[in-house]
Design a protein around this ligand. Structure first.
Ligand code: GRF
Length: 190
């Protein structure tokens, strides 16, 4: 029985598209059952709808920082879709242990750095500023520690002379689209 995957996004959803496209392969073992965004303007929502994937919006702003209430709304939105696994893909809200503990061992995230280096934001600029020779991307299980869960896979991307955060981000994003589907397929069939 195919596992039912929810993909959480906040923006353009290019990782979501890569995951959903990969899941079209019959032997993948999972289907994209839901794309959920924390804002109605997320470009990935239109892409998901065009791919025939159910979408939900749970806007965080009405909850005004009341994270438990926002996360209760997230949990409620998932129920009708009978989700087995959650993939965070550019989801820009920090989740608390309240939500994470309900999905521990069943939730993945992709982060644009070679973790444990550069948790949080502006990862590419920080790597460049530090004079690193490599940037990259990591896929990990989500735990209560932000960008800190068990590492599942990484890809290194060389930082070349004159590299900017924009050029590095573009190179890393290409690798993200290759890595995340591979990791999810392994995770689904583990
Ligand atoms: C990617 O760079 C990913 O590493 C980070 O947010 C971005 C998501 O981009 N978590 P997209 O919305 O998947 O295009």
């Amino acid at each position: 029985m195919s596992k039912r995957v929810a993909i959480f996004i906040s923006g353009g959803g290019s990782n979501m598209v890569a995951l959903a496209t990969a899941m079209r392969a019959p032997e993948f073992g999972a289907i994209p059952a839901l794309v959920l965004a924390n804002n109605a303007g997320a470009g990935g929502l239109q892409k998901a709808a065009a791919m025939g994937i159910a979408t939900e919006v749970v806007d965080h702003r009405p909850f005004k920082g009341d994270r438990p209430a926002f996360e209760a709304a997230l949990l409620a939105a998932l129920v009708p879709h009978n989700i087995d696994i959650i993939c965070l893909a550019g989801f820009m809200r920090v989740l608390t242990p309240l939500f994470i503990n309900k999905w521990r061992g069943k939730m993945l995230n992709i982060h644009p750095s070679l973790l444990p280096k550069y948790k949080g934001l502006h990862t590419h600029q920080r790597a460049i500023d530090a004079g690193d020779r490599m940037g990259g991307v990591s896929v990990h299980e989500v735990t209560a520690e932000l960008d800190g869960g068990p590492l599942l896979a990484q890809i290194k991307v060389p930082i070349t002379l004159g590299e900017t955060a924009e050029t590095l981000a573009a190179k890393v994003l290409e690798q993200e689209h290759l890595l995340y589907p591979k990791v999810l397929k392994t995770f689904v069939n583990r």
